[in-house]
Design a protein around this ligand. Structure first.
Ligand SMILES: [Mg+2]
Ligand SMILES: [Zn+2]
Length: 210
């Protein structure tokens, strides 16, 4: 099926077991980051505004702390098997994330996953401090995302895999949607057609069956 030639996928909470951005803030940011998170969830600020405010609340972090943190980001138990599977089928796979490119690229490197396109916000670490840039910001984005997922998808038919709020606009338009956690709940409540997954094992099974 043509829809499965191209798969787009979220990173935090989808490929990773926990949201690597929020877990980082829990450990290294002033607790005030949660107030901005609430404002974002309520739709009072955009995700880009939220990211700028939250990154500014990160305290100084040493290179060792940062490396240790990134080295311990856990991924889905079947993600590597999934990558092998899609490579064997020549399926194109792209990560679209409103999280941090630094965490994503280092995690892919650690598991020796190559040749995957990654679009995410650019986290810069210098002199123990952080700042964020938005190379994929789109001022026409429906949800004011830092990394605009809707503007990144050019195919008319695509498959999407995701878990949360940053996935909403692209998930609704996907021709085939795999959803978990909050995105699954949202889709269930709003009668949006999707396939629930608990791990990438479930996704491999569906892809094998079509
Ligand atoms: Mg997510
Ligand atoms: Zn967008």
């Amino acid at each position: 099926m043509r829809v499965f030639n191209k798969i787009y996928c979220d990173f935090d909470g989808t490929i990773t077991k926990k949201d690597a951005v929020n877990t980082f803030f829990e450990m290294y940011a002033d607790p005030k980051w949660l107030e901005y998170e609430d404002l974002w969830v309520q739709g009072k600020i955009t995700s880009r505004e939220n990211a700028v405010k939250q990154v500014a609340l990160i305290r100084e972090v040493s290179q060792k702390e940062l490396d240790d943190y990134i080295d311990n980001i856990e991924i889905d138990d079947y993600f590597l098997e999934f990558i092998d599977y899609i490579k064997s089928k020549n399926i194109e796979f792209t990560i679209l994330s409103d999280g941090f490119d630094l965490f994503i690229n280092k995690t892919l490197e650690r598991f020796d996953i190559k040749n995957i396109s990654v679009y995410a916000n650019h986290l810069i670490y210098e002199n123990n401090k952080f700042r964020i840039e938005f190379p994929y910001y789109n001022d026409k984005c429906d949800i004011g995302a830092g990394m605009c997922k809707c503007g990144r998808i050019l195919e008319d038919k695509y498959c999407y895999i995701g878990d949360g709020t940053s996935d909403l606009c692209v998930a609704k338009k996907a021709d085939f949607l795999f959803a978990t956690k909050n995105l699954h709940k949202f889709c269930k409540a709003n009668l949006i057609k999707h396939s629930y997954f608990n791990s990438f094992r479930n996704i491999i099974e569906v892809l094998q069956s079509v």
